[in-house]
Design a protein around this ligand. Structure first.
Ligand code: SF4
Ligand code: SF4
Length: 387
């Protein structure tokens, strides 16, 4: 969808929130909670992390005052869009054995939700998860070349996805851990959003990318953007891309990782990895989960529940009476080779969108780019056999 860009004055930002509310959306946006930026309900511009920036380094995240009144300089926090589509924990169905045995699917409420502040990497992560959870869903146009690609549609994910309105914010700053430019996923949102905002001096450049987005514009106090505003936005986004010092070299990455499964670097990283699973919790594309049945004490009813799990959890690799990845070396290798190599075989796209969250939120500051580079520097090296 191409349309004239328009400007929304920063002072009129409440109009965007109120227009979404008037159309029945539950409005979520960035808020500061316990020292980090997360998505939560917002009702006014003052709820946003005004004048806050995040200093991010491997294993370190700290919010600081910027000294200005900008709304979206904080880059991103630990949360992406994942939590709003693939719920951290939910009931999938219930079973009742009272009289005859009956199953009841417990789909989520189809309530429209608008998220303000999704970044390009968040939307790219959602596109990757679409490949996992959707198969030819006509209500949701596929965002990646080749269609949704999935075999089954997850109705829980699809229900939320169909009811999501995304107000993207193009990044005009990057964190030190970001590398979306080298993964070709950002910092400008390119598809999959309804509205995109780029924060300028006193205004937001607003672009619509869907019929719903275009319809919302009619309710906002906008003025047409001139070429100067459009080029200022483009320059600010380009500056964010250029400022990224981390780059993932993806050249031949599938062969590199598949050919180096016994590289000594896997032992090296295992010395630093706590197997805590933080990297998988914050990753916008990770989808590992476990399912359990919770039965009532009288055995008359039960609930089937799904919750996020991690390939770093020992139990997650328990198959047919044995742990198939008992060592941390094996679990880290599984995560990295899946994310960057076998994901491409499975889903036709990388499982990494370059958000850098796994680097920031790793308690020991493990950087997947450094791990790949170390293997690339000494390909074919072999670890000593286990004693
Ligand atoms: S692997 Fe790390 S950098 Fe890549 S998408 Fe996941 S959290 Fe982001
Ligand atoms: S790489 Fe870091 S975040 Fe991931 S499991 Fe290991 S210690 Fe935890």
């Amino acid at each position: 969808m191409t349309a004239q860009s328009r400007l929304l004055a920063r002072a009129d930002f409440n109009a965007l929130i109120h227009a979404l509310e008037a159309q029945g959306y539950r409005v979520l946006g960035p808020r500061e909670r316990a020292g980090a930026i997360v998505f939560d309900e917002i009702t006014r511009a003052e709820d946003l992390p005004v004048g806050r920036v995040s200093a991010q380094q491997p294993g370190s995240y700290r919010l600081e005052d910027s000294g200005n009144g900008r709304f979206f300089d904080y880059v991103h926090g630990p949360e992406s869009l994942k939590r709003f589509l693939f719920a951290p924990e939910e009931r999938l169905w219930t079973v009742s054995a009272e009289g005859t045995v009956s199953f009841k699917e417990t789909l989520p409420e189809a309530r429209p939700v608008a998220v303000i502040g999704a970044r390009a990497c968040d939307i790219a992560g959602m596109q990757v998860q679409d490949r996992t959870f959707l198969a030819g869903n006509e209500k949701i146009p596929p965002l990646l070349k080749g269609g949704h690609g999935g075999i089954y549609t997850d109705p829980y994910y699809a229900t939320r996805r169909e009811n999501l309105f995304i107000v993207a914010v193009n990044c005009t700053r990057s964190a030190a851990t970001c590398f979306c430019a080298s993964m070709d996923t950002g910092p400008r949102a390119r598809a999959g959003y309804d509205l995109a905002l780029t924060e300028l001096e006193d205004d937001f450049l607003v672009e619509a990318n869907s019929t719903a987005g275009e319809a919302l514009l009619a309710a906002l106090p906008l003025r047409n953007a001139d070429a100067g505003a459009e080029s200022a936005a483009a320059e600010a986004i380009e500056a964010a891309a250029v400022s990224q010092t981390r780059r993932m070299d993806t050249t031949g990455i599938q062969a590199l990782l598949f050919d180096n499964l016994e590289h000594p670097r896997w032992d090296d990283v295992a010395e630093r990895c706590l197997s805590c699973g933080n990297c998988t919790m914050v990753c916008p594309t990770c989808f590992c989960h476990s399912e359990t049945d919770v039965t009532s004490l009288d055995g008359a009813t039960s609930e089937h529940r799904r919750q996020w799990d991690s390939c770093f959890a020992l139990d997650h690799s328990y198959l047919h009476g044995a742990q198939i990845r008992p060592q941390i070396r094996q679990r880290y290798r599984q995560w990295l080779t899946h994310k960057l190599a076998s994901w491409i075989e499975q889903f036709g796209t990388s499982g990494c969108v370059g958000c850098g969250r796994c680097i920031t939120w790793c308690p020991t500051g493990i950087d997947l780019i450094e791990e790949v580079n170390a293997i690339r520097a000494t390909p074919g090296a072999q670890r000593a056999a286990d004693i």
